[in-house]
Write a protein that binds this ligand. Structure first.
Ligand SMILES: [Zn+2]
Length: 141
C-alpha cells in the first residue's frame, strides 16, 4: 500500500479539506465489514471512481477504481487506517493543479490529470512488482 494527498475537486468536496489524505492498495486486499451501509456513486472521469460514502456520517469510507484492465484499486482515508496501524509515508501530491493552497513539503507534486493518474498507476505497479518478487504466487496461471 502507499499513501497520497489528492487535491482533486471530488476529494475536496467529500472531505471538506484542501486535499484528501488517502491510503491506496489493491481492492482484493481490502475487506470492508463492521460499520454501517455505504452508498457508492460513480463519476464520469476517464478512470471513473466508485466513491463510497458512509450513510450515517456522509464521510468517505472507501473508493474503487479500475486503473488497468483487471487491476482494481481501493482508496481509503488514512484517518480510518490509523487505528489499524497502517500508515505509510505519503509519496506524492496528486491533482495538485486543483490545490486551494500551496503545500510546503518536499513531496513531488503532480499538476495534471494525466500525470496524477500515471504516478498512481506507477505506485500500484511497484506494489505488484514488489509482491511478485517476494511472493511468487501472485500471478494466476
Ligand atoms: Zn481526489
Amino acid at each position: 500500500m502507499f499513501r497520497t494527498y489528492c487535491h482533486c475537486t471530488f476529494c475536496q468536496a467529500s472531505t471538506g479539506k484542501a486535499y484528501a489524505d488517502d491510503i491506496i492498495t489493491l481492492a482484493k486486499d481490502v475487506n470492508v465489514d463492521g460499520g454501517g451501509a455505504i452508498t457508492f456513486t460513480k463519476n464520469k472521469a476517464l478512470f471513473p471512481m466508485q466513491r463510497g460514502i458512509c450513510q450515517q456520517c456522509n464521510a468517505p469510507v472507501i473508493s474503487y477504481s479500475t486503473i488497468l484492465p483487471g487491476l482494481k484499486i481501493a482508496v481509503m482515508p488514512t484517518q480510518l487506517c490509523i487505528p489499524l496501524d497502517i500508515t505509510p509515508k505519503a509519496v506524492a501530491h496528486v491533482f495538485y493543479h486543483r490545490k486551494t493552497r500551496e503545500i510546503e513539503d518536499k513531496l513531488p507534486k503532480f499538476n495534471s490529470y494525466f500525470s496524477s493518474q500515471l504516478v498512481t498507476v506507477k505506485f500500484v505497479l511497484l506494489l505488484l512488482y514488489k509482491r511478485l518478487t517476494t511472493h511468487k504466487s501472485i500471478v494466476k496461471e
